[in-house]
Each structure stands twice: as structure tokens, then as C-alpha cells.
Design a protein around this ligand. Structure first.
Ligand code: EPU
Length: 423
């Protein structure tokens, strides 16, 4: 297993290119299952989660070719051989459940393993299932699998009214509704940029969708969908993560490809903390030139609120802020696993249920640390950028799920960071 070693090294300067969004790509890829025509995705990120989705789609008989060093994915589902997503793949990545809606809509039935537990919370899939039931699907849970069947003649348009906002359930509902007979209304839909990106791609394939980006999406089902070429939207979480690098270590970094609209509420929080963000023709320039960061309170919410996927990284910044910050995690019930690790670096954090109180200290100190999920791992790297001495982040495979070339990107702006292989 590899480790990453970071040594606090003073201000950063330069540019970091931001990749295409992991979470957009993970829902765009299964959209291939809705059509017999080719789907080409450009600006795809090179990540292990994308490889897992590739393996899953290939296990169903889809063709997935990674071209141009993995930045282009050429997908085709014209000769599908299976509608069963096996536990062995699904257990590795929860986003695997996103094949359920498209398989059911196109083939009338699907068998998908239930994903099981997760490090950041229970994360059930009941809302995905309810949405498909609202379109007439019959579902049976047995032997750890969802066995889903569409009515004779296929799924029917219906009203999907979510009791809480779910990104994945909205994506499954949206994909299924494109081929359902009649009109589907998705109420209390997620408004994340990844949903809008999925809708744009489906529209190119011939889907009739309106209201994407608002809480009510209307879909008029069509008979068949065609092929498309689509550029994956910029990864707003990778963007926010690297925006925090100069905020934590000092200096000025331009994140190439970033736009304010992707990270509006995050930018407002940075502003309150005393970090400057400027939109340039090529991206977002972030700088911290003088003084200590100010404490700010943060509450995670569905988009357009502050993203849960940036909470751990924001906490790393607030560990050395002047004053006490309160972070409230409202999306996942167990997403403070990074707090005890940050405390090993000298941070002062009190966690009670979904609330963490962070009292800023002058400086963090490097330590060996370990994380249980993707965003927690990167928060420890960020903390290490400004810590005194060496921080060794173990279990780097979590990082590989969501950040390509972390070492190259951060050393490119002057950070002292290396990846080592442990025998
Ligand atoms: N929920 C239910 N039932 C469901 C679905 C969700 O109770 O059927 C609950 C969840 O347990 C959670 C809340 O609803 O408490 C919101 O979960 P959501 O369904 O929105 O999350 P997701 O679709 O499983 C995506 C991202 C996550 C990101 C969340 C929230 C992908 C592949 N994953 O997950 O990304 O944190 O939305 O924005 O899109 C990450 O990239 O590190 C990551 C965890």
C-alpha cells in the first residue's frame, strides 16, 4: 500500500488544472445503457472509481474503451449480455446502483446487488427504489439483490416526490424516466451541477427533459435514445479542494477550469474566512496574503448549499483559524472520521453527533495519519501542507478513487509532497 508524505513548505504559487467531475462521469457512463448507439465522454477523470464503473459496465456486455490516456471514454451497449450487477463489483462502489434505472428502462428488468455499508453513513437506496416504483416497477429484495421488473410495455411516467434530496436517486429516476411512457415529474429533485450535466447529455441523446437544475424536473418519455458526444463538467469538489491549498499554505494559486457558479456557497465561506477568490478568463485565482484565517461556521446542505464533499477539507483550513468554528454535517451521519486524525496533528476539535467545534491553533504538527474515505484523506494532505514537519498519509487508495495526479498537481505549485511504496 502506498503512502503520501507531505512536508509543510511555505506559500504555494502557480496553476492547477482541474479534471472532469468524478460524480458526473459515474452517472454519465451508465447512461450508455439507455441506448444502442455509441456514447463518447470527453474530459473524463483518470480515477479508480471510473475503472470500477468500466468493469461493471463490461460485466453487463457493454463496450468501454479508454482513449487518449483515459480522458475519452467510448461506450456502447448495443450488444448487452446481462442485466445483473454482481455484488463483487457493486460492493466496491455505491455508485454502481446507477445502472439500475437505465437497465430497467431499456430492458424491462434488472438485478442489482444492494451496495451494503459505507464508512460515512448508512446510505440506504430506498429512494432509488421508490422512484422506480412510482414508474410502475415491481421490486423484490432477495439474497442481497434488488430484482426489478417493469410492467408489460415498459415503465410508465409518474410522479416521483422525494422526501429528501438525493443526488443518486434523482439520477436513477431521471435516466429511467427518459424511456418511460408518458410524463414523469421528479419533485424535490437534487440540483447539483452533476444532475444538470447528466440532463444535458441525455438531451443530446434525444431525451425530452426540462427543469434540470431546479427542484422539479419534467421528463417526457421517448421511444428510443440515440448516441452523443459529451464533455464531462468540471469537478467542483476537486476544484474546492485545490482552492484550499493556498488558503491553508499561503500564496496564490489559479485553479484552471474553475468557475464561481460551481462553488458559489463555498466561495462565500472562503470570503468570510478572509481568503480572496478572483474569477479569471481561465479559472479561479485564490490567494491568502496576510494574517491568519478567520473562524467561520459551516453547515453542509444539498446544492446550492455548502457541499458535504468539501467539509473535511474546510475543517483542515479552520484548524489554524483565529477563533472557534462550528461545522454541522447535515448530509451524512458519520462524516467526521478525519477529526481524530487532524487532532493527532495538534488540532483542537470537539465532535458531538453531527457537530464539530474547531478551535484554531497557531500551527499543526506533522504526524502519521490514516483516513477511511476519499475526502478525509485529502483533508489530511491539505493539513500537512502547512504543518510543521512531515505528515505521512496512509491508505492512499482512497485518494485514487477521486483525485488524479495529486502529487504532480500539488508539487507543480511548490508543495513538498511525494508518494512512496510500502513493501
Ligand atoms: N439517502 C437515503 N436513501 C436513499 C438515498 C440517499 O436515505 O435512497 C440519504 C443518504 O444516506 C444521505 C442523503 O440521503 O444521508 C444524501 O445522499 P445522496 O443520495 O444525495 O448521495 P449519493 O447520491 O449516494 C452523491 C455523491 C457523494 C456525495 C453525495 C452528496 C456520487 C457518486 N456520490 O452520493 O460523493 O457526498 O452525493 O452530495 O455522486 C464523494 O465523492 O466523496 C461522495 C461521497
Amino acid at each position: 500500500m502506498d503512502s503520501i508524505i507531505v512536508t509543510g513548505n511555505g506559500p504555494l504559487s502557480g496553476q492547477i488544472p482541474i479534471a472532469g467531475a468524478k460524480n458526473a462521469c459515474l452517472t454519465l457512463m451508465p447512461a450508455t445503457l439507455l441506448s444502442d448507439e455509441p456514447l463518447t465522454l470527453t474530459n473524463a477523470p483518470r480515477l479508480s472509481d471510473i475503472r470500477t464503473m468500466t468493469t461493471l459496465l463490461q460485466s453487463l456486455g457493454a463496450e468501454v474503451q479508454a482513449l487518449n490516456e483515459g480522458q475519452v471514454l467510448a461506450l456502447s451497449s448495443h450488444a448487452l449480455t446481462s442485466t445483473r450487477a454482481e455484488y463483487d463489483i457493486v460492493r466496491k462502489m455505491r455508485a454502481s446502483i446507477l445502472v439500475l434505472g437505465p437497465l430497467l428502462a431499456k430492458h424491462g428488468h434488472a438485478e442489482v446487488s444492494l451496495p451494503g455499508g459505507c464508512a460515512i453513513g448508512a446510505r440506504p437506496v430506498d429512494l432509488h427504489l421508490r422512484a422506480l416504483e412510482a414508474m410502475g416497477a415491481e421490486l423484490d429484495l432477495r439474497e442481497g439483490y434488488v430484482h426489478a421488473k417493469a410492467p408489460a410495455g415498459g415503465l410508465k411516467g409518474g410522479i416521483v416526490d422525494f422526501p429528501l434530496v438525493s443526488v443518486g436517486a434523482t439520477e436513477n429516476a431521471l435516466m429511467a424516466a427518459t424511456l418511460a411512457k408518458g410524463t414523469t415529474l421528479i419533485k424535490n429533485a437534487a440540483r447539483e451541477p452533476e444532475i444538470v450535466d447528466l440532463a444535458r447529455c441525455l438531451q443530446k441523446m434525444g431525451a425530452q427533459i426540462s427543469g434540470e437544475g431546479t427542484s422539479t424536473i419534467e421528463v417526457q418519455g421517448v421511444e428510443t435514445l440515440g448516441g452523443a458526444t459529451h464533455r464531462v463538467v468540471t469537478d467542483r469538489i476537486e476544484l474546492g479542494t485545490y482552492m484550499l491549498a493556498p488558503a491553508i499554505a499561503g500564496g496564490e494559486v489559479e485553479c484552471l477550469g474553475g468557475t464561481i457558479e460551481l462553488v458559489q456557497s463555498f466561495c462565500e465561506t472562503l470570503d468570510a474566512a478572509g481568503i480572496s477568490v478572483e474569477e479569471t478568463p481561465t479559472g479561479l485565482k485564490v490567494s491568502r496574503k496576510n494574517g491568519r484565517v478567520r473562524a467561520v461556521d459551516v453547515t453542509t446542505e444539498p446544492f446550492p448549499g455548502f457541499p458535504t464533499d468539501l467539509q473535511a477539507q474546510m475543517m483542515a483550513l479552520l484548524c489554524t483559524a483565529e477563533g472557534t468554528s462550528v461545522l454541522e454535517e447535515k448530509i451524512f451521519e458519520n462524516r467526521f472520521m478525519h477529526a481524530p486524525e487532524l487532532m493527532r496533528m495538534g488540532a483542537q476539535i470537539d465532535v458531538h453527533g453531527g457537530t464539530a467545534k474547531v478551535t484554531g491553533v497557531d500551527k499543526l504538527k506533522g504526524a502519521p495519519v490514516m483516513a477511511t474515505d476519499l475526502r478525509a484523506s485529502v483533508s489530511l494532505i491539505l493539513a500537512g501542507l502547512a504543518a510543521e514537519g512531515e505528515t505521512v498519509v496512509n491508505r492512499v487508495y482512497h485518494l485514487d478513487r477521486g483525485y488524479e495526479h495529486v502529487v504532480r498537481k500539488l508539487s507543480g505549485v511548490g508543495a513538498k509532497i511525494e508518494r512512496v511504496r510500502n513493501e
